[in-house]
Design a protein around this ligand. Structure first.
Ligand SMILES: Nc1ncnc2c1ncn2[C@@H]1O[C@H](COP(=O)(O)OP(=O)(O)O)[C@@H](O)[C@H]1O
Ligand SMILES: [Mg+2]
Length: 308
């Protein structure tokens, strides 16, 4: 649905987006992660034909950002929640959406239908006549996303939809994104919130001017190190160490304080035997836990390597 090929944008002699090649499937929630200044917003603006590219190319469906006639089609088929949302605070929720619907030339009957659908989905249909200024930040953000959807776009770009929101408001917005996902829209989500990316996205791209990696959150977490088994004991004794080392399933063993940190061949299969061996050697087990790398570990490592 979205394809870029060596997409590049320079501002003067500074390169903001450098040779980015990526593909986003139809119906996918695609996370675009990167630190401030990584080029996320610039990429989205190029994809939506809001600014030109310096070189390379990008397409949405069959339309190229290269071509003025295609750009008109792209603008109709995409919805965008920009970084800085502007709603008319003194107008009602309904009037705000109706206004934007008119700008997008959505016919009146269709406008009414879409507004009702969106406001019901948001749970604010009953408050449709209230001025936007009276809503909480989280609800305003949901109205802004609804505004981006008023012309029923196939592709939705959300630029940091939960930055500046408190945890509760962030959750309402995230739940809304999950509802939209069920409607099979393609969603391109700029964020530097790793937790959000992990919860919402089918795949994640990490950008720092250049594209560093694209993969599913699960694969990214696995890429750093295999998950480990941690056994907390009241004390690590030599009989326990000898018993653990004697197991063929144990691929590596480290100790730290009263913990054993183990690489196990197949933890689900082999951990029961491990526990039996430790107990038989007189070990007093307090906890057995799993250690796996988080998306944050992977992200920080990749961003650090990219800066080196
Ligand atoms: N209109 C502009 N003029 C000059 N530099 C810009 C402009 N827009 C963005 N930049 C620069 O491009 C880089 C990427 O910015 P941006 O795309 O906003 O990053 P992000 O959204 O990932 O935080 C930054 O160094 C920023 O200062
Ligand atoms: Mg940005």
């Amino acid at each position: 649905m979205i394809d870029t090929e060596n997409l590049t944008r320079k501002f003067g002699n500074r390169t903001a987006v450098d040779n980015v090649t990526l593909h986003v499937d139809e119906g996918e929630v695609f996370g675009f992660l990167g630190p401030n200044g990584a080029g996320k917003t610039t990429t989205v603006r190029m994809l939506c034909c809001l600014i030109g590219k310096t070189s390379g190319n990008a397409r949405i469906a069959d339309f190229s950002v290269d071509n003025a006639a295609d750009c008109l089609k792209i603008r109709k088929m995409v919805g965008i929640l920009p970084e800085n949302v502007g709603l008319y605070e003194s107008l009602s929720a309904y009037r705000n959406l109706d206004f934007y619907g008119k700008l997008y030339e959505v016919p009146e009957a269709k406008r009414r239908e879409n507004i009702e659908h969106l406001l019901r989905l948001l749970g604010i249909w009953e408050r449709r006549e209230d001025a936007v200024g009276t809503f909480s930040k989280g609800t305003k953000q949901k109205i802004a996303i609804a505004r981006a959807l008023i012309h029923d776009p196939q592709v939705l770009f959300l630029d940091e939809p939960t930055s500046n929101l408190d945890p509760e408001a962030s959750k309402t917005v995230r739940d809304f994104v999950l509802d939209l996902k069920k409607e099979k829209r393609t969603i391109f989500l700029n964020t530097h919130n790793l937790d959000e990316a992990e919860r919402l996205c089918d795949r994640i791209a990490i950008l720092k001017t250049r594209l560093i990696v694209v993969d599913s959150p699960k694969n990214l977490e696995r890429s750093l190190y295999n998950r480990k088994t941690i056994v907390h004991l009241d004390s690590v004794t030599s009989p326990v160490l000898a018993a653990v080392k004697g197991l063929s399933a144990v691929k590596s063993l480290k100790t730290s304080d009263n913990k054993l940190i183990l690489d196990i061949d197949d933890p689900e299969r082999d951990n029961p035997e491990l526990v039996r061996a430790i107990v038989a050697a007189g070990g007093n087990i307090q906890f057995v836990t799993e250690l796996r790398s988080t998306l944050e570990d992977v992200y920080l490592k990749l961003i650090r390597e990219a800066s080196a």
